[in-house]
Design a protein around this ligand. Structure first.
Ligand SMILES: [Zn+2]
Length: 146
C-alpha cells in the first residue's frame, strides 16, 4: 500500500518518495490521527446502523413492534397470510356453531367462498356492498398508515 499523499517529490531528480515518520510535523500527525478517528467512527456508525435496522426492509429499526405489524415488506405477504389464518379460524368456529360440517382441526379448514345451510350463509373473502358508510375509529395517537 502506497501513501501517495504522504510522499514528496524532488523537482531536481523527478523522483517521488514516501515521507519518513520523523519528517512529519506535529500538525500533520494530528491531522492524520483525526482522519483515522473519523474513519473509524464512520465505520462503527455504519456497523451499528446495519445491526439495528430491519433485515427485511432496511428502512426502520428492527424492534418487536416493527416486525409484528410495521414492516412494509412483511405487509405484502406475511401479515395477509396471518390475517387469513385468523379469519379462517373464525370461519371454522362459525361453521361449527351453525352445525356445518368442517374438519376436526381448525388449521386444516379451508373456507369456501360461500358456505350455507338453513339458518346461515357464511361468505369468505369477498366484497360486500353496504348502504351505510363504514368508519374506522382509532384511539388517540394512532394514525392511519398508507
Ligand atoms: Zn422491516
Amino acid at each position: 500500500m502506497k501513501f501517495v499523499w504522504l510522499s514528496v517529490s524532488s523537482i531536481k531528480t523527478g523522483t517521488r518518495r514516501i515521507v519518513r515518520p520523523d519528517e512529519l510535523s506535529f500538525v500533520t500527525i494530528i491531522i492524520i490521527i483525526i482522519i483515522i478517528i473519523i474513519i473509524i467512527t464512520i465505520i462503527i456508525i455504519i456497523i451499528i446502523i446495519i445491526i439495528i435496522m430491519c433485515k427485511i426492509c432496511g428502512q426502520f429499526q428492527e424492534i418487536v413492534d416493527h416486525l409484528v405489524s410495521g414492516c412494509p415488506e412483511l405487509a405484502k405477504t406475511e401479515y395477509i397470510e396471518r390475517h387469513s389464518k385468523a379469519a379462517a379460524y373464525l370461519h371454522w368456529t362459525i361453521c361449527k356453531h351453525y352445525n356445518i360440517k368442517v374438519q376436526d382441526k381448525h388449521y386444516e379448514h379451508e373456507p369456501a367462498t360461500v358456505t350455507e345451510n338453513q339458518p346461515a350463509t357464511i361468505l369468505w373473502d369477498m366484497p360486500i356492498q353496504t348502504d351505510k358508510e363504514i368508519f374506522l375509529h382509532l384511539k388517540k395517537g394512532n394514525k392511519l398508515q398508507k
